[in-house]
Structures are given as C-alpha cells and as structure tokens.
Design a protein around this ligand. Structure first.
Ligand code: AMP
Ligand code: MG
Length: 337
C-alpha cells in the first residue's frame, strides 16, 4: 500500500471521508499530536487501529468529533460542571470521560462503561472531522511504546506502507497528548496531565483532583500503566541537582566510542557548553512543543540520550515531566511500580 501525505483540503478530504466510511484508517493532524483515526462505529475499523499500532487490547481509545457534533448522542448524562468545562476549553487539548451510551464499537473503550471524547481545535482536525461527520476513534499515530508523532514525517516513519493517507497539518503546536479528565464523578479528576492544567480546570469547575493509581490497583486510565514514549536508543535520566553524574555518564559513553547527547532546558544546555545537547527551550509550553521531536531526533543521532529533569514541576510542566519520566523509563505507571 502506498502511504500518501496530503493537505487536509479538497479532494483529499473527500478521500479521507471515503476511507473512514469504508473502514480504513487515516492519520490526521491535531493541536496535540497526530492521531490514527478510524470509524468509531465499526468494530473492524477500530480493531485495525489496535493491530496497526500493536496496542494492548485493554488500552481504550479517545473518540474525536467536530465542534458541532451532538455528543449527547454518545454519552449517558454528565455532571453539572461538564458544560462549563466544554465552554471554557473546547475545542482544545482536553479529553472528557463520560458515562457511555454504548453507541460506538465496544472495542473503543475496551469494555469500560465510559467514553472518552475530544474536540480538537486544529483547523486540519476540524476539517477532517467535519468531512467524516462521525465519531473517529484515534490514539496517537505511533507504533505502541514509541515516541508520539508531532509531524506527518514522524507518522510516515512509523506507518509507511501500512496506512493509505496522512493529512498533513504541519507541526503540532501543543506537542503532548491531551489532558484526560474523568467527568463521571462529583469532582473532576485528571487521569492524564496535559496542556489544560489542574489549576485551569479547578478555576472553572471549582475543584479538580489528579488521580494517582494505588499500587496493585487497575488504573482508571489503563493506558497510563504502559511503558510509553520510548526513544530507540540507550537512555539515562538525572534530576537537575545531579549534573555532575550526568556529565560522567556522557564522558563514559564518549570514551567508549558512543555518541552521547543531553536533552535539557536552555539554561542547562548553556551550562553544558562543549557537550552535544538538544534544547527543550525555556518555558513549559516550549518544552511540551519540542519534547517528542527531540526524542525522535535523539534516537536517530545519539547512542545514549541523557535527560536532565526540568526544575519547574507544576502546571503544564507536570504533563511534560510525566512524558519525560516515562520516555526515560523512570516511571512506567502502576504496572511496573
Ligand atoms: P492515546 O490515544 O494513545 O493518547 O491514549 C489515550 C489515553 O486515554 C490512554 O491513556 C487511555 O487509557 C485514556 N482513555 C481512553 N478512553 C478512556 C476511558 N473511557 N476511561 C479512561 N481513560 C481512557
Ligand atoms: Mg499514545
């Protein structure tokens, strides 16, 4: 199969619609990362997404809809704060988990009685979803465990020859996956941190918790239990106060004939003058936007990628840190402790 990369307009949108309607898979741009989309009503199409990615069968998918789609047709009631959250943050990088009416394929939610719904804001995503005009189940368009894609080229690198079409909307400006928010209880609960932060949600809903699975408990968001976002090279990870050890790891790799490289904030890059480094920038938003592209560049160019943890831990950086720790194997979720 030839994999075409095309702009989300004109005849390509018509082709995307036809592909989705006939049970094929289409990759598309969103403001967070690229998605690998399929008709959420079709068992066969949804299972194709799992098979293509090599995604574990108990890791549910998010359903994506355009901004005028009647989500009440998919969800079975909602708490009082949900409408205000939609008004404040949608379209945008916030996924809301509702009680499900069970209208979409049972494989979307992997047997859970809830449904995760997202309304992406990128014009490319809206054009695609409006054209398809049905709920599109879509995980990130990367092979399972690999780094999430933030350009059409990243998607192509993972799925060349395996999918018919990638709708290219340019580089993703958000850069990390959406915030996943459980809206089935009295208090909204963040299952996955992202660009819409706990503070932002609490300001609108009055309260907001961050869910942390207890040891041995099946996590509420099954995906968070898996090793994720891993670059395909050796990695090491140090907190900012252990820069000496990070330098020693770098020198050791270089002495052995390898090609080490740091991944760190601008300020740390500047302190590591003379060493090779990939620059996460100097704000949480910049770090979010750059992280995945740099992890992919790191795996191509380095034999050992050495992450240095940013100092800031709150707000948007909480989401970045979650992805960074998991990419570097420091935090695999509850499954591996
Ligand atoms: P991905 O699409 O690869 O970014 O992953 C989707 C994330 O949303 C995973 O962490 C899933 O566990 C989570 N998710 C999807 N549907 C649900 C749901 N019904 N309840 C809780 N988490 C969900
Ligand atoms: Mg993913």
């Amino acid at each position: 199969m030839e994999t075409k990369i095309a702009s989300p307009a004109g005849a390509w949108l018509a082709l995307a619609k036809k592909l989705i309607e006939t049970g094929e898979v289409v990759a598309f741009h969103t403001e967070t990362v690229y998605g690998l989309g399929a008709n959420a009503f079709s068992d066969e199409a949804v299972l194709k997404v799992f098979a293509l990615k090599g995604r574990p069968a108990d890791n549910p998918l998010i359903v994506h809809v355009h901004q005028d789609f009647p989500i009440s047709s998919l969800i079975d009631g909602e708490p009082s704060y949900a409408a205000a959250l939609r008004e404040a943050f949608l379209p945008g990088p916030l996924t809301m988990v509702y009680p499900s009416k069970g209208k979409v394929s049972k494989y979307v939610s992997c047997g859970l009685d809830t449904l995760a719904v997202r309304v992406p804001s990128s014009p490319a995503a809206q054009a695609f979803l409006k054209s398809a005009d049905l709920p599109v189940a879509a995980p990130s368009a990367n092979l399972s465990k690999h780094v999430s894609p933030v350009t059409a080229k990243h998607v192509f690198d993972d799925f060349n020859g395996k999918i018919p079409l990638i709708l290219d909307g340019g580089a993703c400006t958000g850069g990390i996956e959406s915030t996943v928010l459980d809206c089935t209880g009295e208090i909204p609960q963040i299952l996955r941190e992202g660009l819409v932060t706990r503070e932002m949600i609490a300001r609108v809903a009055g309260r907001c918790e961050v869910y942390r699975a207890k040891r041995g408990e099946r996590p509420k968001s099954p995906g968070m239990a898996y090793k994720h976002y891993a670059p395909r090279c050796k990695t090491a990870y140090f907190t900012g106060d252990r820069l000496g050890e990070a330098e020693a790891a770098y020198l050791n790799e270089a002495e052995g004939g390898g090609a080490p490289c740091f991944l760190c904030e601008s300020e740390v890059c500047a302190r590591l003058e003379g060493y090779r480094s990939l620059d996460l920038g100097s704000s949480p938003e910049e770090a979010a936007r750059r992280l995945y592209a740099l992890l992919r560049r790191g795996e191509e160019q380095a034999t050992l990628l050495i992450g240095v943890e940013p100092r800031e831990k709150e707000g948007v950086m909480a989401g970045v840190l979650n992805r960074m720790r998991r990419a570097f194997g420091v935090e695999h979720g509850t499954e591996e402790g």
